[in-house]
Design a protein around this ligand. Structure first.
Ligand SMILES: Cc1ncc(COP(=O)(O)O)c(C=O)c1O
Length: 305
């Protein structure tokens, strides 16, 4: 998002013009990455706009902040209401991306962030379409290893973590791939720079377990629910790099990426080299779900209008 988003930004309880939402240069988060954030999608339908799993995202924001003792002055409820109000105020009717962010403010150069440290919370929205090509993407295994639970925990969605994702992304783009897959420090498959990964082999579906340095993706959780409902067996266990080459299908899940097939990995065709049937069936069900076409999952959708 290099250009301006919606006219207004929610900033510590106020609705501020996009151009006026500014921070001082001594903002701690600028120096040390002391911020936590979320990425949420809202889907436009014929008669409404639905925010997908809003509460779950705001709860994860709080949990991420807790890992670093970063205080958030607003409850999950208040943040959910602020998001809906912001969309209403900006009159956005199209599908959009929502970025809540809590960051440590002016706190000097002291590294001791505590529950008393000054923080600010903002919610930014902008129109957003597809992140990847629907027909599938290429990926490489990165030479960078995924950050680890005993250094900068990947289970907290903290700004500083994304330096690891940035290195992997730069490498994959430089050598001509759409996305990078990172291994954890034991050499097992962890996740992509901004998505979780799933592997299909002999009709069973595998995904790395949470102890393999992953973010517990909300799309991952959604995928597991719908795949189980469709009768697939889902197995969470360590996955080796070679298994990526032996897979019938590979796909990524994430709020921005949604569900997208990896059709080539490190130059190997995955299965037929096209999106596979299992991936397609889950992707199509996901698309129905987020646009309010599956009654059973309506609790995950917050209508704006
Ligand atoms: C590193 C990483 N893994 C996985 C995900 C997928 O998470 P979610 O499905 O909650 O968007 C994201 C996106 O937020 C991410 O940045």
């Amino acid at each position: 998002m290099k250009t301006k988003g919606a006219e207004l930004v929610w900033f510590d309880g106020d609705y501020v013009k996009w151009e006026e939402a500014k921070v001082p240069v001594m903002t701690h988060a600028l120096h040390y990455g002391t911020a936590v954030f979320e990425g949420i999608r809202a889907y436009a339908t014929d008669n409404n706009l639905f925010v997908f799993r809003l509460r779950d995202h705001m709860q994860r924001l709080h949990r991420s902040a807790d890992v670093y003792s970063i205080p958030i002055k607003y409850s999950v409820e208040e943040l959910c209401n602020a998001t809906v109000e912001l969309i209403k105020k900006t009159s956005i009717k199209e599908s959009c991306y929502i970025r809540p962010l809590t960051f440590v403010g002016v706190h000097g150069i002291d590294l001791n962030v505590t529950k008393d440290s000054p923080t600010h919370t903002t919610i930014i929205i902008f129109p957003f379409a597809k992140y990847f090509k629907v027909e599938g993407i290429s990926a490489c295994v990165s030479t960078w290893r995924r950050i680890d639970g005993d250094s900068t925990p990947p289970m907290a969605k903290a700004a500083g973590n994304y330096l690891n994702s940035i290195l992997a992304t730069q490498e994959s783009k430089r050598i001509g791939f759409d996305e990078s897959i990172l291994l954890d420090r034991n050499g097992n498959v962890s996740e992509a720079s901004g998505e979780n990964i799933f592997l299909v082999r002999n009709s069973a579906i595998y995904t790395p377990q949470t102890s393999d340095s992953i973010l517990e993706g909300i799309t991952r959780d959604t995928t597991i629910s719908i795949a189980k409902e469709m009768g697939y067996e889902i197995i969470e266990r360590p996955i080796s790099r070679t298994e990526l080459y032996l897979a019938d299908e590979l796909f990524l899940t994430g709020t921005a990426a949604e569900i997208v097939a990896i059709t080539k990995i490190d130059g190997h065709d995955v299965g037929s080299g096209k999106e596979g049937l299992v991936t397609r069936s889950i992707r199509q069900k996901y698309e129905k779900l987020v646009s309010g076409k599956l009654k059973k999952y309506m609790d995950w959708l917050t209508p704006v209008w």
